[in-house]
Ligand binder design. Structure first.
Ligand SMILES: [Zn+2]
Length: 176
């Protein structure tokens, strides 16, 4: 099954929750139709890096393409309620349609191993395609990256995140 949002008038990637218990989402909407999907922090980071690279390439090939910053008032990077994720993301990728000049974010539902239905249609993973301008994609990427980096500080010793409650460092061997 393929769900398409074309073009999105709302697109955001980020997280909700306390450090250590944050849940990452991508949310897109078009004329009242809204879809939220659940993803991992590293997927948001990968996506953001991918978008940055992609837009850079796009600009090399199309020097006339304009990406100007929107005034802050036009930024709508908050999640809209209700946040009811449609599925958990497995594969995520980006593409570009020359004709419409839109970028597309393609998110595929995580594989449903162990749930082999008799009805193949029902077990088919959902693919979501979100179409948006490269500016929207960049804004989503920037915000998502910022949110992802705002998590728990990393322990310089073991490179594991430090919880607000404290950190038991497996590499410290009793040293502090
Ligand atoms: Zn540590």
């Amino acid at each position: 099954m393929v769900i398409e949002i074309k073009p999105a008038d709302h697109l955001v990637a980020g997280c909700i929750g306390k450090p250590g218990q944050r849940i990452f989402y991508i949310q897109a909407a078009k004329e009242g139709e809204m879809i939220t999907i659940l993803c991992e922090k590293f997927q948001v980071q990968q996506l953001a890096q991918g978008i940055h690279k992609f837009v850079e390439q796009l600009h090399k090939k199309n020097p006339h393409l304009e990406i100007s910053a929107l005034p802050d008032s036009d930024l709508d990077l908050d999640f809209r309620q209700p946040i009811e994720p449609l599925f958990r993301v497995g594969e995520i990728g980006i593409g570009y349609d020359q004709e419409s000049g839109l970028m597309v974010l393609i998110a595929q539902e995580v594989g449903k191993e162990g749930q082999k239905d008799k009805h193949e249609d029902e077990s088919e993973a959902v693919t979501l395609r979100i179409w948006a301008t490269s500016l929207q994609m960049l804004q989503m990427a920037n915000y998502g990256e910022e949110q992802a980096s705002r998590g728990r500080p990393t322990c310089g010793n073991c490179m594991q995140p430090i919880d607000p409650e404290g950190h038991f460092c497996p590499k410290s061997n009793g040293h502090k």
